[in-house]
Design a protein around this ligand. Sequence first.
Ligand code: HEM
Length: 394
Amino acid sequence: MIPFLTPEILRNPYPIYEMMRASQPVMYIEPMRFWSVFRFDHVRTVLSDSARFSSAGGRPPASQGTPAPGQRDGFSLITTDPPRHTQLRSLVNQAFTPKAVAALEPRIAELAHELLDRVSGTGKIDLIQDFAYPLPVIVIAELLGIPSGDRDRFKHWSDEVVASADTLIGGSASGSLQAHREMNEYFSGIIAERRKAPKDDLISALIAAEEGDFHLSEGDILSFCALLLVAGNETTTNLIGNAVLTLLEHPEELAKLRSRPELLPSAIEEVLRFRSPVQAMFRTANEDVELGGQVIPAGSRVVAFIGSANRDEEKFPDAARFDIERTPNGHIAFGHGIHFCLGAPLARLEARIALAAVLDRLPELARVNDEPLTPARGFIVHGVSSMPLRFRPQ
Ligand code: HEM
């Protein structure tokens, strides 16, 4: 763990970001051996200028050489550059379509209500453990076409894969290799079955995707499945958790949302800006790059602080104010450019359904006490790991 990342700072990194934007917006951070970029324009440049800032090998130096989940077969959408990235992204886009995502809406609503049914009579919920955490995992399992009887195993692998992604930010990865192996064996079996008898699921669609002579290999598909677990689960959990927490902290905005539910999509965009679930992404400079009066030398690791960019006063007037009606709201919580989040429509859909269900089913929702909440691990993912709440039992 990086020593100066205290729970207080992880819970509220915004005063530091503000200081950095004002005093040292592009800075080399010695203990972590990377360049950090804090202003909106610079962050957007680092994320989207893939010629000068590579996503390949863009892992933080704190890692002990552990390959990122999804990198084991030399492929992962998020860690490749063009032209390979262009080819992979276009194949994956054929399978992960807006239509496929929209079709999930009734099922996601059903799952959200099932999870709330379990607690609605008790008047108590851990918003993360009982709701925001299981929901995205089940949705991804169903999207991939995992039979419901295998869901617990899938959830276990998912936890391990997400935990191993943590090694990239200095954590530890116990048991994750074993889980990776088991998961890959399991998915290999499913891929073989779907090759013989395609179904209406994402794995069948990935097998079928083609571009000229090019298909995704089995290794490509396995890596993509692991990437979905890492990129899609904890992030969505934290979007839902951050939304509930932020609304509870801003009762006037919560009241407005209750009286005008049509504001829900715009409220979710504001949560994405105000408490971005992904606070930072890594790149590697391909050449010497001048940014904000500093020269970032070729080969340097660069961290683009999305969480800071989304609070930049130059871009967002009154940036520290949580305003569910903010327009325009050009946040970059899902990134920018060729690596723009593939799962953004799914994350938005899940958050909308989850929030609507929480507002509808949990009246008089409140924190059980004022104790500080435990932040999620590391500085990349931003949220809390547990959020005990009470409400009027139904
Ligand atoms: C990429 C954020 C949910 C799949 C990204 C990137 C960000 C991001 C910032 C850009 C990475 C970069 O530039 O290097 C988020 C947030 C989410 C979320 C904040 C939830 C609130 C999801 C979901 C999925 C997903 C639900 C899939 C089910 C991906 C994939 C990429 C990606 C596959 C890589 C795209 C590429 O490299 O072309 N996400 N994500 N994400 N996200 Fe998400």
